[in-house]
Design a protein around this ligand. Structure first.
Ligand code: ADE
Ligand code: ZN
Length: 358
């Protein structure tokens, strides 16, 4: 019979919220930095310790600079997909990459995407995990003109795997209205759209519920990343529930003091009937895995098989896979969930909170 922890690790999942620059293994970061002549002021593990959200973003951008060739992107993509597969039962992932992070290294857009695509293909061959890519703009370091530039690159080098655009970085530095032209152009070009919004690493005045409304109405976002700060406005919560817009939430990427409060926000949003899934965001920087993320949330919130089934299937439905692949995966997910529930030891509710379990 399956322990509750084994069950949670094995539940089939999609990962819709992961940044490649935040998913580089510490050893790989050091290795690539040495190879590419990037000076790291500290060992990777120390670099991945910080006090503020803004120091975290600096660490993330520095880690990104370790990637300087197609082979580096291939390795980063392969390893992060291997980690998702081994530590949390992820069967499909949609990965953010910020092309502008790599321009100081002289890496052009096609080299980035083709390296990532190759790593993703190798991971699918070896682990059966599929993936798509989301080109992303860091609003703290990019101008709106650079978002348009990214769309030009995407138009000049179309790849089936690059299905959408995202917006990350510090919300206070680049509120939604700055990005209207680019997001509308992306919509016309057939790309899906998302944005980090209402993230609770920032105060209500920096990342207010009104940004949810702008992301939907002005940017046309198909789904949203984070979203916790909308809880301050019941009208926005009611609209999000009515429209069933999907939120890709992150269980462990808050600062340490904010993790338990964030779990309560996730619970409040789930209980309000919102459509959501759990992601790892920046798993190696924050020291988490998908399995760890799920076990931590389920242990803390007292969740069980009904919640697991709901999250598993909501994430899949919100993915940007083509309908035929989504339908095939839905059949796989449902069969796997049924089998896991049959095997689960109903008497076991203890949860192992280790980051990796094998
Ligand atoms: N980039 C990577 N992770 C992020 C996060 N949690 N918030 C904003 N930008 C990010
Ligand atoms: Zn994120």
């Amino acid at each position: 019979m399956l322990s509750f922890s084994d069950y949670l690790d094995a539940v089939p999942k999609v990962e819709l919220h992961l940044h490649i620059a935040g998913a580089i293994r510490p050893a790989t970061l050091e290795d690539l930095a040495t190879k590419n002549g990037l000076h790291l002021p500290k060992r990777a593990e120390a670099l991945y310790r910080f006090e503020t959200f803004y120091e975290f973003l600096d660490a993330l951008r520095l880690a990104a600079l370790s990637l300087a060739s197609a082979a580096d992107f291939r390795r980063a993509a392969y390893e992060c997909l291997e980690d998702m597969h081994r530590h949390g039962g992820v069967r499909h992932a949609e990965i953010f990459f910020n092309p502008h992070y790599f321009t100081p290294n002289g890496v052009a857009y096609p080299e980035i995407v083709d390296g990532l695509i190759e790593g993703c293909a190798h991971a699918e061959r070896d682990f059966g995990i599929s993936s798509l890519l989301i080109a992303c703009i860091d609003r703290s370091v990019c101008l709106p003109s650079e978002a348009l530039q990214m769309l030009d690159w995407m138009a000049q080098h179309p790849r089936r795997e690059v299905v959408g655009i995202g917006l990350d970085g510090a919300e206070r530095a680049g509120p939604p209205l700055l990005w209207v032209e680019a997001w509308r152009q992306a919509g016309r070009a057939g790309f899906k759209r998302t944005a980090h919004v209402c993230e609770d690493n920032q105060a209500q005045f920096e990342a207010p519920p009104a940004h949810f409304t702008l992301c939907r109405d002005a940017l046309g976002c198909d789904r949203l990343d984070h979203g916790y700060n909308i809880l301050a406005d019941p009208d926005v919560v009611a609209r999000a529930a009515r429209e069933q817009v999907h939120f890709t939430m992150a269980c462990w990427s808050g600062l340490t003091w904010n993790r338990a409060p964030r779990r309560q926000r996730i619970k409040a949003m789930f209980d309000a009937g919102l459509n959501l899934s759990l992601g790892t965001d920046d798993p190696t920087i924050f020291g988490t895995t998908m399995g760890h993320c799920w076990r931590t949330v389920f242990a803390d919130l007292g969740w069980g098989t009904a919640e697991a089934r709901k999250l598993s299937l909501s994430g899949l439905h919100a993915s940007w896979l083509p309908p035929d692949r989504k339908a095939a995966l839905e059949a796989e997910f449902t069969a796997a969930l049924d089998a896991l529930e049959r095997d689960l030891n109903p008497a076991d509710r203890s949860v192992d909170l280790s980051v990796t379990r094998r």
